[in-house]
Design a protein around this ligand. Structure first.
Ligand code: SF4
Length: 221
């Protein structure tokens, strides 16, 4: 099975489902997928912190970075620990996407959608690998900086916490944009207690890899 969730990729491309794609486009998606998988060099890095609470305030580690915004605190409310997770498809993927875009607009659009879906898979794989080292823990899905009221300005804090520049070549431009562009950085909660379905990550689920929701580009929660 491909590492790229086809239903997710088609959604990013603007299609409404697998059945809405004609044979010729489907063949082009296959071709772009093959090229993308050859060009991309997925990498990830993560680090686990105890969550310290001071009244309403949440910190990653004692005297560590304060997490701002109500949404991230709500996301971590059931958790004792949190992982900063950063994953990227690499600068080679950026070059590949540019080349595809310049050679043909449709190939560019398809490749970009595939890369977005692939970036999500790599991010989930990063969390799965981390959970493999944390027996007995469940994880929430990764809450990205810039999502809800979790400020985009915290991206550079998160990158610094995992040393993402040195380890996997990810940096943040002054505009707040991440480079390479197909990069995901965020925070997942970790708990030894069961998490409810709306907050738990697929990485924590025994259905991972055989889930019908995921095959169709949706989720259960
Ligand atoms: S059932 Fe599927 S969508 Fe829901 S958490 Fe498990 S793998 Fe993810």
């Amino acid at each position: 099975m491909s590492e790229i969730n086809r239903a997710d990729a088609l959604r990013y491309m603007g299609f409404r489902g697998l059945e809405t794609v004609d044979e010729r486009t489907s063949a082009l998606v296959d071709e772009c997928e093959k090229k993308l998988l050859e060009a991309a060099k997925p990498r990830f890095v993560s680090r686990v912190f105890d969550i310290f609470r001071d009244g309403e305030r949440f910190f990653l580690g004692e005297n560590g970075v304060e997490l701002l915004g109500e949404d991230i605190k709500n996301h971590l409310k059931s958790c004792e620990k949190a992982a900063v997770v950063c994953s990227t498809l690499s600068a080679d993927t950026d070059k590949f996407l540019k080349k595809q875009e310049l050679s043909d607009a449709l190939s560019g659009l398809i490749s970009d959608g595939l890369a977005s879906a692939y970036a999500e898979t790599v991010s989930e794989n990063a969390l799965s690998e981390l959970l493999g080292q944390m027996k007995g823990y469940n994880a929430t899905w990764i809450f990205a900086a810039g999502y809800g009221d979790f400020p985009l300005e915290q991206v550079s804090d998160l990158l610094a916490l995992v040393d993402a520049g040195r380890k996997i070549g990810v940096t943040c431009l002054s505009s707040g944009m991440l480079t390479p562009c197909k990069t995901i950085v965020g925070v997942a909660g970790l708990s030894e207690k069961p998490l409810n379905i709306a907050e738990k990550s697929c990485a924590s689920c025994k259905m991972q890899g055989k889930c019908e929701f995921r095959k169709n580009g949706t989720r259960c929660g």
